[in-house]
Design a binder for this molecule. Sequence first.
Ligand code: SF4
Length: 345
Amino acid sequence: MAVDEKNLKQAVLWEAVEGKKVRCNLCNWKCLIAAGKLGHCSVRKNIGGVLYSLNYDKICAANPDPIEKKPLFHFQPGSKSFSIAAIGCNFRCSFCQNWLISQMPLESGQIDGQAMAVEKIVDAAVRSRCKSIAYTYTEPTIFMELCNDCGRLAKERGLSNVFVSNGYMTVEAVDFASEWLDGINIDLKSFSEDYYKTLCKARLGPVLETIKHIARNTDIWLEVTTLIVPGQNDSDDELKALAEFIVNSAGADVPWHVSRFYPNYKFTEAQPTPGETLERAMAIGKAAGLRYIYVGNLPGAQAESTFCYKCGQMLIERLGYSIADNRIKNSCCPDCGAKIAGFEL
Ligand code: SF4
């Protein structure tokens, strides 16, 4: 793999094991890595008994985005988030929308990207009037060293930090990030172990544990996204199980984004998700007790807007990623006074 091994950043959250092996504790693969070998994500390497990050200076995206694009709908609504990514992922989703950067080490044997000092990233975020930095497009867990350095500096400069994640990080990694991480959107892709195993080459269990841990034991604002893939995770039973898990394990205030699938990468056999399926998912989520359910990737849908869970009045009117109106006052509905959950609403 074409990476200059001089001046690499030492990894966080690993331990030495006998025989110059190391155990990486960053995500739930918990890779045991022999000297000279890579972890499952292909961006962490054991060099002489020490674990290094290979993607600390391999930034492949750095631009302002609406926070709504993450999607985070109850987090500083209407603000911009400076969005960065580094190469690689710890999942192998057949339908990945960003596979050119997430799967680059596997597809081409390369880790290509630009070095960008954290000071420059934070300066660029401030200059472009962003309120937060988003670690997104690829899996932030596997570029945690960059997130940690950047996140701490961002906090000093008055910015928030958000992750868009597959939720495979360990509890230890969540706690490590919780010192500077303010919000997270976790992809809960399915409620079936088989789906995770077949389509993502991963496991469901750790994702459920991460969601529970964040909701119950941290102050990190949580939203959940499910990409609804026709014929794969769109049965009434599965949608009900997903919604009930969120309500019972994380709470009725956690926004659930049900997102439209488009064929991509290696998974081109399914059709784009019909609008009726997304409406059915919304109805099931509502029946399960969720207060805020949103439809994603379906431009023009009314279900992009926020309504008061108590009196039903529209609170935030969204048109795509833009906000046409935000009537929330001091985190409350101006009509009935109900408290609307979120971060700096
Ligand atoms: S981040 Fe996950 S996949 Fe990568 S080396 Fe560590 S445990 Fe393995």
